[in-house]
Design a protein around this ligand. Structure first.
Ligand code: NAP
Length: 312
């Protein structure tokens, strides 16, 4: 029997990825949506979360796809109502609220999953396997995309808690924290904030690595033309480049996979939902907050530099 699930926050990512991934899976039945404006054809629609929780006790799992700031109240209500919860990335607006959700879920005996879709890109696991046992010399993240192309009209990104360029940048950090054997931490950070925005449009970060490897990240939302979602790594036994957000892997300059970009990324959400089904069956919790801790530290240490206003 599939699990009945409700999707809340029917926006870009719910439509592009969650709805198709659920429709293609035998584990899940999309039984309701909760959104003030969005609906999914053929699925019962609510515009109020508490009403859905009360009306549909048969729905045991909720997946929260709204932006991070409003997510906490939805997650708390769901856990209190005894539902299992899957969180889009980033799992919340602050680390403390994510810890609070995990504690609530443990007390209620429900599963909670802080999902990181980029970790499920096709070549992340092979990259991790290749790196195992090698000595890291350097790692450079280059995450440069055109915000006007990928986030049109998403004003929440520019408001406090919306993360600005860290909204995509946290995806890179989710991969880095997955593939590196040793923990790193932020040692310096520059945040370029448009004079009319509350969040950065670009950021430069350096990390401390326990064995002295050079680790840095350059994030930029102002990139037109070619787009870059790359992680370049040098080790004592050769080099590796993960590009296109983890869809493509080159080792010593040789591309390892014939998977197309689209195919390699298409698997991300099916794999996230397969993991959620396993967590619910096992009564388990997965709240890895490591990518978010790096973002929080980048904000804590960040030197703010005001740059020209962003006009969409
Ligand atoms: P979006 O299209 O702007 O918003 C998603 C939906 O959330 C909206 O349609 C809205 O639905 C609901 N929402 C917005 N503000 C709300 C509020 N204050 N309270 C309750 N609901 C609210 O954003 P998105 O691109 O789907 O991103 C949502 C999340 O998914 C973000 O955390 C993002 O990082 C993550 N994500 C996005 C992408 C992507 O490519 N866009 C990829 C991976 C992950 P209603 O107005 O109908 O309620």
């Amino acid at each position: 029997m599939p699990f009945k699930i409700a999707l809340a926050g029917i926006g870009k990512i719910a439509r592009d990825q969650h709805v198709p991934a659920l429709a293609a899976s035998a584990d899940w039945e999309l039984a309701a949506t909760v959104s003030r404006h969005g609906t999914v054809e053929g699925v019962e629609a609510f515009d109020d979360f508490d009403t859905m929780l009360q009306a549909r006790p048969d729905i045991t799992v909720v997946s929260l796809c709204m932006p991070p700031v409003p997510r906490f109240d939805y997650a708390k209500a769901a856990i209190r109502a005894g539902r299992h919860v899957m969180l889009e990335k980033p799992p919340g607006a602050t680390l403390s609220e994510c810890h609070a959700l995990e504690a609530l879920a443990r007390k209620a005996g429900v599963s909670i999953y802080a999902s990181w879709h980029s970790r499920e890109a096709a070549m992340v696991a092979p990259a991790k396997a290749w790196l195992a046992g090698k000595r890291l010399k350097s790692l450079v993240v280059t995450w440069k995309e055109d915000v006007r192309k990928w986030h049109p009209g998403q004003t929440w990104i520019w408001q406090a808690g919306g993360l600005g360029v860290f909204d995509p940048g946290i995806n890179a950090l989710s991969i880095v924290t997955e593939i590196l054997a040793d923990p790193i931490h932020v040692s310096a950070s520059e945040l370029l904030v448009p004079e009319n925005c509350e969040t950065p449009i670009a950021a430069n970060i350096r990390f401390n690595h326990p064995h002295g490897a050079e680790v840095s990240a350059e994030l930029d939302f102002r990139k037109e033309g070619d787009q870059f979602w790359n992680i370049a790594i040098e080790t004592d036994q050769g080099s590796l480049v993960l590009s296109e957000g983890g869809a493509t892997l080159s080792i010593n300059g040789v591309v390892q996979s014939a998977a197309t970009h689209d195919n390699a990324l298409q698997g991300e959400y099916p794999r996230l939902y397969a993991r959620m089904a396993r967590l619910v069956r096992a009564g388990a919790i997965d709240m890895d907050l490591a990518p978010m801790a790096h973002v929080a530290d980048a904000f804590l240490l960040g030197k703010r530099i005001t740059v020209e206003a962003f006009v969409e």
